[in-house]
Design a protein around this ligand. Structure first.
Ligand code: HEC
Ligand code: HEC
Ligand code: HEC
Ligand code: HEC
Ligand code: HEC
Ligand code: HEC
Ligand code: HEC
Length: 409
């Protein structure tokens, strides 16, 4: 079974139960300029009462920014926030200029053309030999991926979401979407809720088929309240300075136990898993295993580097022999990629001149990362491209000694 068909099986297993109702006026503000679908849809001022009425208690990032201005500004530069957007000339990274807007395929009778028009952005499959050409055109409806590595695009058919056949990969330009066969025009791949659960803040699932969503009221990007829980009550309390309550009415993951901290990141960084409850129903601070069946820790299992940071870190002796969490190294509110800063994190435990530090002359190394957390190819994102298979590289989180690395000078 190849990676694609394994994904297919996993995706097929995922459930669709959804406990949210409609979201309210404020939370349905998408951070970027609204797509036509969002504008034309009626805005619900009063959300229908639904179990939990979770969406009713959101405030939105702009509300947080009134008091946490700096956090919002730095956070809005991160891949989390930028991971899904509405299509516009800045959010779509692929080029639409006439010399760069065509993707040829291995099939001489099939190519794809990307067009920017007054009314939006479009992908067209051009099939056949002139004059017997047939075309199928779909509009870019949603952009998924910050573009650090790449982006893939979704289109609406009624209230169903599907993946467009052409993606953009930062190193390669326009490419066949990952897992799509070169030379075939496939517009039939549905977008299941789990995909949006990892790459957006909120979508309202509708009754089956699985890829039906409310076209209003979704929140793109991963926003503050995805990790901090609904914040309207906190905003009210802090604005009106209601005293007497020691409770800030907002979740701070720094105060979670180690397991609950890992669970928060496991929501999206521990593989696809199998949904046990509705997508978007997990609340940070709760045990994740009620919502998702994640792979059991298995020392012999081969774990792919993509999207499995939790499993890989858990294999590391660093993790097993300390109280390390993801937060030991990552501040998710800033876009941090300086490897010397990360190396300082290593040195906070592996202090030179201690038994925790190797005898060899490691002191001079300002970059512990490339040797002990090397980039590795993923087999879960594969591009069938230009007669080759292209696999992006992801940083492994299994911190250990890799044979290929040599000792620092
Ligand atoms: C009116 C000002 C105001 C707004 C708006 C606001 N906060 Fe706060 N927030 C504060 C203050 C003041 C504190 C520190 C008080 C405390 O620790 O209880 C705080 C504390 C926090 C904490 C730490 C809480 C803890 O228990 O340690 C988090 C997390 C937080 N805010 C997130 C948010 C998010 C997310 C939003 C938007 C939904 C938001 N805040 C909106 C004023 C505000
Ligand atoms: C379990 C959570 C999860 C699911 C489900 C998931 N992804 Fe991702 N995706 C991630 C994570 C985490 C990364 C980045 C880190 C990595 O590669 O390990 C990522 C990376 C990406 C990237 C590259 C972004 C960049 O520029 O680096 C794209 C594009 C993407 N995913 C699209 C999708 C699409 C489309 C779907 C659904 C059809 C999907 N993903 C399903 C978690 C998920
Ligand atoms: C991906 C999850 C995630 C997102 C999204 C997120 N945070 Fe946090 N936040 C955390 C974690 C984890 C902590 C505790 C560790 C730390 O302080 O970094 C935290 C701590 C905080 C704190 C308390 C500690 C401090 O530094 O004052 C505040 C306030 C806060 N976040 C505000 C925000 C705001 C505002 C946003 C949106 C702009 C936001 N967070 C988005 C995960 C997140
Ligand atoms: C709701 C899903 C979700 C949660 C929860 C989440 N992440 Fe992510 N994370 C993603 C996705 C999706 C990406 C890839 C974004 C892209 O590039 O498009 C990502 C990317 C990252 C990256 C690489 C980009 C960067 O900013 O350097 C880091 C590091 C990261 N996440 C750490 C964490 C940590 C630590 C936690 C727990 C506190 C966490 N994430 C919680 C979905 C999530
Ligand atoms: C929270 C503390 C902590 C941090 C941070 C930390 N480590 Fe460790 N690390 C440990 C402990 C504890 C061990 C196990 C020591 C033992 O068992 O003798 C260990 C073991 C190791 C080993 C041996 C692994 C093996 O399989 O033999 C390497 C290599 C290592 N760490 C490198 C790093 C690097 C590189 C970083 C930064 C990316 C780092 N560590 C960050 C605590 C930490
Ligand atoms: C010992 C330090 C350390 C710990 C602990 C750690 N990370 Fe990382 N992480 C790194 C470093 C270093 C990078 C590479 C940053 C870069 O290249 O810009 C990274 C990169 C990432 C990326 C981007 C991977 C890619 O190549 O696209 C994600 C996602 C991520 N971390 C998530 C997590 C999650 C989730 C956890 C907890 C399970 C975690 N990290 C724990 C050090 C750490
Ligand atoms: C050029 C690659 C390289 C760099 C850079 C590097 N290491 Fe290492 N490290 C190694 C190799 C190879 C070994 C195994 C050496 C041996 O045991 O002979 C090792 C061993 C270790 C060990 C000991 C493991 C044990 O079981 O004894 C620790 C801890 C460690 N490194 C941490 C670090 C830290 C922290 C940094 C950054 C300051 C770092 N390394 C930088 C390649 C590197």
């Amino acid at each position: 079974m190849n990676a694609t068909s394994i994904m297919g099986v996993i995706l097929g297993l995922l459930g669709v139960l959804n406990v949210f109702g409609q979201s309210n006026g404020q939370s349905q503000q998408a951070p970027l300029s609204p797509a036509p679908a969002v504008v034309t849809a009626p805005k619900a001022n009063k959300p229908a009462p639904t179990p939990g009425n979770y969406a009713d208690s959101y405030a939105g990032d702009e509300a947080c920014g009134v008091c946490h201005r700096e956090k919002v500004e730095t956070f809005h530069q991160t891949d989390h926030y930028l991971t899904s957007k509405l299509p516009d000339k800045d959010s779509i990274l692929g080029k639409f200029t006439p010399d760069r807007n065509v993707l040829k395929t291995s099939n001489p009778e099939l190519s794809f053309r990307m067009d920017k028009r007054e009314d939006g952005f479009f992908q067209t499959a051009v099939q056949g030999i002139a004059p017997y050409i047939t075309e199928r055109t779909e509009r870019f409806g949603l952009v998924v991926g910050s573009g650090r590595k790449g982006q893939t695009y979704l289109f609406w058919k009624g209230d169903q979401l599907f993946q467009l056949p052409v993606s953009y990969w930062t190193e390669l330009g326009w490419v066949n979407s990952p897992g799509f066969r070169d030379g075939i025009a496939n517009f039939d791949r549905p977008i299941i809720p789990r995909c949006l659960e990892c790459h957006a803040t909120y979508f309202q699932s509708l009754p089956p088929p699985q890829n039906r969503y409310g076209k209003a009221g979704f929140v793109v990007g991963i926003t503050c309240e995805k990790c901090h829980g609904p914040g309207r009550e906190h905003v009210l309390r802090e604005s009106s300075k209601v005293s007497g309550s020691p409770d800030s009415a907002i979740l701070n993951p720094a105060k979670f136990s180690r397991d609950r901290q890992i669970d928060l990141c496991s929501w999206c960084h521990a593989g696809h898993g199998v949904a046990l409850a509705g997508a978007f129903s997990y609340r940070p601070g709760e045990p994740i295993d009620k919502y998702l069946k994640l792979p059991e820790p298995d020392p012999n299992a081969k774990v792919d580097v993509h999207g499995s940071q939790v499993e890989l870190l858990e294999k590391s002796r660093c993790f097993q022999s300390s109280a390390m969490t993801c937060l030991t190294c990552h501040d998710v509110h800033t876009d941090q990629h300086d490897l010397s800063v990360f190396s300082q994190r290593c040195l906070s435990c592996h202090k030179p001149e201690t038994a925790m530090f190797p005898k060899l002359d490691h002191q001079a190394a300002s970059n512990c990362i490339d040797c002990h957390m090397p980039r590795q190819e993923t087999n879960l994102i594969v591009f069938d491209w230009n007669g080759k298979k292209a696999r992006p590289q992801v940083r492994t989180h299994w911190i250990k000694i890799y044979p290929a690395t040599t000792q620092p000078q």
